[in-house]
Design a protein around this ligand. Structure first.
Ligand code: SAJ
Length: 403
């Protein structure tokens, strides 16, 4: 069987690699030439533990090749980004472009699957495009939506072991997509229709966003009330039916900070809680930036000199190199913009070089700084000793003390 993966990003590439390892001949398509060249050279352009060896194996075995153009296959997978526009309206133009790119290659009996997170109705909309452009294929293609659920950093395990929801345009399409995924997914495959599958993905990430917003709201309350929020949550979670998540410096990434808008944009009157959670999580980043700026002012008043500040972490969550939609990056930028003459040391141990930020080693920055703001809870930061002589703003619970 041949399959074509449109998009070799954080999800498309690992899925293509795992499918190739299970005997499916893969063409991986990306518009970025560097990604194509690196993939063909067996080099992973993302950080994902264990994935590079697997990539090398499937490339050497001739089971995966990357290209900037699709090839005739039996199944086509749209795994491209779905960002939002300035007004938080979802932007499905990449899904549409990928759909149009595979259009000329489609033949009777082919499977067409969208994995990209998409607003409700996208699969039907893409089916309409396919059948308008290729009317002879109407009723002769299998079209389905199957969202991914993997957690970056644990992709090899989760791609295979997580349950998947598969929603076809019709029951025959669902069955055909189930057949494909059953080749490499060990988790359960759950059948539904495409609208429910689309909404299911948005629901999963909105649910997490709402729960994190609750933790972040608690952190704001505790800061005012003089209560250690980490201790509070640990104690409340001793209740058998309470499972509060951890506060942080906001919610980042390209999923949880984005997907809820796909619901609020289409159903604004009905999604008040989801919209509020987004606002709370965004506000938390603003609040953290203000905290750092205030600490800098206080330091200057007390010591009659400008402080050296360490901004610890740029990635959107611990132990990854992904800076997309990162609250830490937003906070660092805000602080640098409003305190342009202060010495600000930017730390991100998972990135070697950055085109905007000059990066400093985390130990050196911690040693040198008067004010240390922990933004991302990277594991190496946890080895650092607590220092009474510094102002430590522990936004992500490195020492489990309030910032
Ligand atoms: N965060 C907190 N407190 C927490 C947990 C997370 O502040 O207790 C923050 C993180 O620091 C990060 C953000 O939330 O900034 C998102 O991180 P995450 O680990 O919750 O999720 P992602 O974005 O890496 O992956 C999510 C996952 N979805 C759910 O857990 C419901 C993953 O399973 C999805 O596949 C992925 O989105 C996706 O691609 O949609």
């Amino acid at each position: 069987m041949k399959a074509c993966f449109m998009g070799l990003g954080y999800i498309g590439l690992p899925t293509a690699i795992i499918a190739a390892k299970h005997g499916i001949e893969i063409t991986g398509v990306d518009i970025n030439l560097r990604v194509v060249e690196m993939t063909n050279a067996g080099k992973l352009h993302i950080i994902e533990p264990g994935m590079e060896e697997m990539l090398r194996e499937v490339v050497q075995a001739g089971m995966l090749k990357a290209s900037t153009k699709p090839e005739v296959s039996d199944a086509y997978f749209m795994v491209v980004p779905t960002p939002f526009k300035g007004n938080h309206e979802p932007d499905v133009s990449y899904v549409e472009a990928a759909t149009r790119a595979v259009l000329p290659f489609l033949k009777e009996g082919d499977l067409f699957v969208i994995e990209s997170t998409s607003p409700v109705g996208t699969t039907e909309a893409m089916a309409k495009i396919l059948f308008t452009e290729r009317p002879e294929l109407e009723g002769r293609l299998f079209i389905a939506y199957c969202p991914e659920r993997v957690l970056p950093g644990n992709v090899i395990y989760e791609l295979v072991h997580n349950d998947r929801v598969i929603g076809g345009l019709n029951p025959e399409s669902t069955e055909k997509a189930m057949e494909f995924y059953s080749q490499f997914v060990k988790g359960k495959l759950h059948k539904t229709d495409c609208r429910t599958a689309e909404m299911c993905k948005l629901t999963e990430n909105s649910s997490r966003d709402v729960q994190i917003a609750f933790a972040n709201e608690l952190s704001l309350i505790c800061d005012k009330a003089g209560i250690n929020v980490w201790e509070l949550i640990a104690l409340a979670n001793k209740h058998p039916r309470v499972h509060i998540l951890q506060p942080g410096c906001g919610v980042g990434g390209h999923c949880i900070a984005v997907d809820p808008y796909f619901i609020t944009a289409d159903f604004p009157a009905e999604s008040k809680l989801i919209a509020d959670a987004r606002e709370i999580n965004n506000y938390k980043s603003f609040w953290c930036a203000e905290k750092v700026k205030n600490a800098m002012l206080e330091f200057e008043l007390k010591h009659h000199r400008k402080p050296i500040v360490a901004m610890m972490g740029l990635a959107f969550k611990p132990d990854i190199d992904d800076l997309r939609e990162s609250p830490s990056k937003y906070i660092t930028t805000k602080v640098m913009q409003s305190c342009s003459n202060a010495e600000i040391l930017v730390v991100e141990p998972n990135v070697k070089e950055h085109n905007v930020f000059k990066l400093t080693d985390y130990r050196e920055a911690y040693e040198k700084a008067d004010i240390v703001a922990f933004l991302t809870a990277h594991t190496p930061f946890r080895e650092l000793p607590w220092r009474e002589d510094k102002v430590v703003l522990d936004f992500c619970g490195i020492f489990r003390r309030n910032g």
